[in-house]
Unconditional design. Sequence first.
Length: 464
Amino acid sequence: MTTIVTRFPPSPTGYLHIGGARTALFNYLYARKNNGKFVLRIEDTDQARSTQEMTDAILDAMHWLGLDFDEGPYFQSERGDIYNSYVDKLLASGHAYYCSCTPDEVEQMREEARAKGLKPKYNGCCRTKGLGPGPGRVVRFMTPLTGKVVFDDLVKGPIAWDVQEMDDFVVRRADGSAIYQMAVVVDDAEMGVTHVIRGDDHQNNTPKQILIYQALGFPLPLFGHVPMILGPDKKKMSKRHGATSVMLYKEMGYLPEAMLSYLVRLGWSHGDDELFTMDDLLQKFSLEGLGKSASVFDMDKLGWTNSHFIKTGDVPRLARLLGEIITTTTNFQPAQEYLQAIVPLFQPRAKTLKEMAEQAEFFLHEAEALPYDQHAVDKFLTPEIRQHLRILAERMETLASFDQKSLENMVAAYLEECGIKFKALAQPMRVAITGTTMSPGLFETMDVLGKERTLARLYRAVSL
Ligand code: GLU
């Protein structure tokens, strides 16, 4: 049985975007699921627009998502001679020819075709001239004059292209460099790629590529073209719709496993399942689940997915990730142990780690620096209430054990003594301890803050 080989060939002219990551994921999953190989190839032939920085950024993003590859990265910029040796083969076998028409002349041919209401094409005038190499000469592929290119798309089913839709396209430029179609075919063939799964923005390239495969006698891979990802307005997703770069989602506090679970659903389904771990995906992924219609990127659903993975996430790991966000965005340097106590309080309520960092910030301030919501102070910390808080603080000092249960019992006893309801003191205590009216449970919060911090805050609130 042949080994299944898939590939991801990004062009390093921009960051890894949502659509690219989704394509990479499909290819990764298909290879992994079938004990195959996943190849990474950097398509950096556009020297003017490709940068090392973008290559590194793409590799970082792949690493963050956990999409590790078995082979590569290959760099197309280092493989020009290989592509050209295959152009030479096409020339030798009569599947390509030199053309001396200037760009202006070709443009004129197109113009004439347009004027007649025909598809603008190069008219093939150098086909039979038997020209050899020379300055300004390109090499063109000799596209058959009649017939159809037919392939059975893994996603869309049978697709047929009339060759008359195509002209004799250039395979080597006048500067001696092979064009993209050539490079892709040669690479995919040499790298043993068996399944080309890519966005349907490449569907128009496939017939040309198939002709090149056939002319070079390479076995054809299977092609699957996945529909585009659209923004909420049903237009192709772009920066107008929000962040498109995957790593921006890391910065915004999304977990890689949530990204993967969400991305896979953009164009793939498995019954009504919405949430997938990598293990689930490695069991359930199949090409049959790829859908024919475009999917819409939905931030709310991504948020929902992320909440799920935060709720169910491993606490020490979440604490470490939270710590990274806190130390890169603030001056706080919280201890890992403290963060591990904080995280469970926010797991049920934070949609992103960034949100968690914001919600948890009150834990990090020194008592003197804790910002107070003035409106809440005016409303809840009345002179009478402050007296209660002072007494509560004094009693807390004497508690043998400063845990949730002891705190609850102590406060309950005090309320009973004074004949007041918990409600009357709950918000004031919350404001005193957190600076605001919104926080996790009061006693859990005090427990995590610990005795020293809790008391310092209560005394500060009393004296505000
Ligand atoms: N380099 C192309 C891109 O980034 C991918 C081409 C392919 O998948 O064949 O869009």
